[in-house]
Design a protein around this ligand. Structure first.
Ligand SMILES: NC(=O)c1ccc[n+]([C@@H]2O[C@H](COP(=O)([O-])OP(=O)(O)OC[C@H]3O[C@@H](n4cnc5c(N)ncnc54)[C@H](OP(=O)(O)O)[C@@H]3O)[C@@H](O)[C@H]2O)c1
Length: 255
């Protein structure tokens, strides 16, 4: 899922972010598949819950397979038609497949590249173009990276995933440089968590749910809320402040 906040606002603050309309992009594919088979029922339900809880923003689910460029471009086109454009793009979707360098399947590697690297880059480009055509100069692109984008863990089932996250580190800094050269004040940030308790490990170790559960039971992990708090902090900083990277581990995490 990637979150896009849309052009229902003029400038940023944490409270503005919370009250933005945003689009939730969801979909999934298996390695090598090009067909998006996920329905958006869970997100539609969440959107209704947010509305009945009285939140001022609007969650708009949009089905999109981020490993398919046509899907991404269609989504940006729909956003333009329905919401004018994108002011904040949070590239959150990402995944790991258990495919070591010496024996892994190419399809698994390709899917990690497609989602973790290419989709992030395509969404970034499209979000920037959307900001540029509407003269939005205070936009923000936030990439959800990983501590795996900064150091290699000695675990063969994560090596290729780490390589894609090292790419996210490079892409975020490259983006910062290009935004500056283009004389914009649009900001580029990555957030690099250690272990967060989500569905990630269960998808990574999908043939071994006990191994996945053990990941989250071994230490007191970060929660999704901790990452959301980092995002709101980054968005809430004054316009002249650019946070390049937020590295955050559980206190009990070893590496
Ligand atoms: N959990 C951790 O320990 C951890 C640590 C460091 C960094 N991260 C990073 O945090 C980000 C979020 O991961 P998570 O922990 O929240 O894992 P998660 O619970 O497995 O969520 C992954 C998200 O990526 C989406 N996604 C995957 N492939 C997609 C595709 N082809 N098209 C559209 N959406 C796709 C999934 O959408 P569906 O649900 O529709 O499939 C889901 O929303 C990732 O970038 C991950 O690398 C996680």
């Amino acid at each position: 899922m990637t979150f896009l906040s849309c052009a229902s606002c003029e400038s940023f603050s944490v409270s503005a972010w919370i009250s933005f309309s945003f689009v939730s992009l969801t979909g999934k594919n298996l390695p090598g598949e090009r067909v998006c088979d996920r329905d958006v029922f869970a997100w539609t339900k969440l959107a209704a819950e947010c509305q009945s809880a009285g939140y001022s923003g609007t969650l708009i689910p949009y089905k999109c397979d981020l490993s398919c460029e046509e899907d991404i471009l269609s989504m940006f086109s729909a956003i333009k038609t329905l919401h004018q454009g994108v002011d904040v793009c949070i590239n959150n979707a990402g995944l790991a497949h258990n495919e070591p360098l010496l024996s892994g399947k190419t399809d698994g590697w390709r899917n990690m590249i497609d989602v973790n690297v290419l989709a992030l880059s395509i969404c970034t480009r499209e979000a920037y173009q959307s900001m540029k055509e509407r003269n939005v100069d205070d936009g923000h692109i936030i990439n959800i990276n990983s501590m795996g984008g900064h150091r290699m863990v000695p675990s063969a089932d994560e090596h290729f995933y780490c390589a894609t996250k090292y790419a996210v580190t490079a892409l975020t800094e490259g983006l910062r440089q290009e935004l500056r050269e283009a004389k914009t004040h649009i900001r580029a940030t990555c957030i690099s968590p250690g272990i967060v308790e989500t569905e990630f490990a269960f998808r990574h170790h999908n043939s071994d749910p006990e191994k996945a559960a053990a990941v989250y039971e071994s230490i007191k992990c970060l929660k999704a809320q901790d990452i959301a708090s980092a995002v709101t902090y980054v968005l809430g900083t004054p316009p002249h402040v650019q946070i390049g990277d937020v590295q955050m581990r559980p206190v009990e995490q070893v590496s």
